[in-house]
Design a binder for this molecule. Structure first.
Ligand SMILES: C[S@@+](CC[C@H](N)C(=O)[O-])C[C@H]1O[C@@H](n2cnc3c(N)ncnc32)[C@H](O)[C@@H]1O
Length: 295
């Protein structure tokens, strides 16, 4: 990790004090690689990142700080995914576009010399990242607000601190010893969560404890919390809440005939202002659950 910060494998951030911001002593342009120096992701890690992203021809993969474009080009070649990469280094961008042409995927991918901070990520379905920790955290709020729910973020070695990864695979890659001093590599998958915050009205004609109730949900970084209110009853707090991308789950105590105590688990998939799924109860047969956003 330290070596990436110090600039192994290309013009890094190290190298002593610079006389002028944006220029070296000879007046040459100095690139502000504030996301990290150029250190290409070793091929075994590229393979793992691509499989972690579950890529397909409907995807638009963006690599922010794309280097030689290897992740985007490999995704296009292997899975027919469209791709876009940006890098502050124009030489790397030219190399990436030339390689894409040589590999026969220039119709699918495009690389531009651009700062990550000036890059519109809204159309991406998958992001690939190999950027320093501070840059990951700087970008996190934008990813959570701009990316579509369900977008996959596949990150090499660096993560988003307390944003919980959906998966994390740790493995050894001999080529990493030259970069970080250790073969240990981690590939993280993050899923942009559905926007569940707000009031929802429930349709569950088969479950009286839910039907026409009002869900009041508040998003937390990793999950959500909330209550279910039904006319004439005190709102009940949801428990065992979880939100993984578009898939939401919560549980509630329920009461059967004669005051019998039970428990119901709701699982639903969120699609914009609508969610649909099932209610599984210890007291009754599984029934359908749906909710629509009120505000
Ligand atoms: C560690 S390399 C990763 C290269 C490539 N994504 C890969 O995994 O093989 C980080 C790259 O980010 C670029 N970079 C750093 N800061 C940047 C910024 N603010 N805007 C655009 N590119 C940046 C560097 O030039 C470098 O090519």
């Amino acid at each position: 990790m330290l070596a990436l910060a110090a600039g192994v494998g290309g013009a890094g951030l190290a190298g002593g004090a610079l006389p002028l911001l944006g220029q070296d002593g000879a007046g040459r342009k100095v690139l502000d690689r504030n996301g990290g120096p150029y250190v290409p992701t070793p091929w075994p890690v590229v393979d793992r990142m691509i499989s972690t992203g579950s890529l397909g021809p409907k995807d638009l993969v963006m690599d922010l700080g794309c280097g030689d474009g290897r992740l985007v080009i490999a995704a296009a070649k292997r899975h027919g995914a469209r791709g876009y990469g940006v890098d502050i280094d124009g030489d790397l961008v030219r190399l990436a576009n030339d390689t894409a042409a040589r590999e026969g995927v220039a119709h699918l991918v495009r690389f531009e010399e651009r700062n990550i901070f000036d890059t519109d990520v809204r159309e991406a379905t998958v992001l690939t990242l190999y950027l320093l920790p501070w840059m990951m955290m700087k970008l996190r709020p934008r990813f959570l607000s701009d990316l579509r729910p369900g977008t996959r973020i596949v990150a090499h070695d660096y993560h988003f601190e307390d944003w919980r990864a959906a998966s994390e695979s740790v493995f050894d890659v001999p080529e990493k010893v030259a970069i970080t001093g250790s073969p240990t590599t981690t590939v993280y998958l993050f899923l942009v969560p559905a926007r569940v915050e707000g009031r929802w009205t429930v349709e569950a004609p088969g479950a009286a404890a839910f039907d026409r109730g009002e869900l009041l949900l508040r998003k937390t970084l990793n999950d959500f919390e909330g209550t279910l209110g039904i006319a004439g009853r005190a709102p009940r707090r949801l428990d065992a809440t979880s939100l993984r991308g578009l898939d939401l789950r919560f549980a509630l105590p329920v009461e059967g005939a004669g005051g019998r105590a039970g428990r119901a688990i709701v699982r639903a998939r969120v699609d914009g202002d609508r969610m649909e799924g099932t209610i599984e109860s210890t007291l009754a047969a599984t029934t359908k659950f749906a909710a629509s956003r009120l505000n």
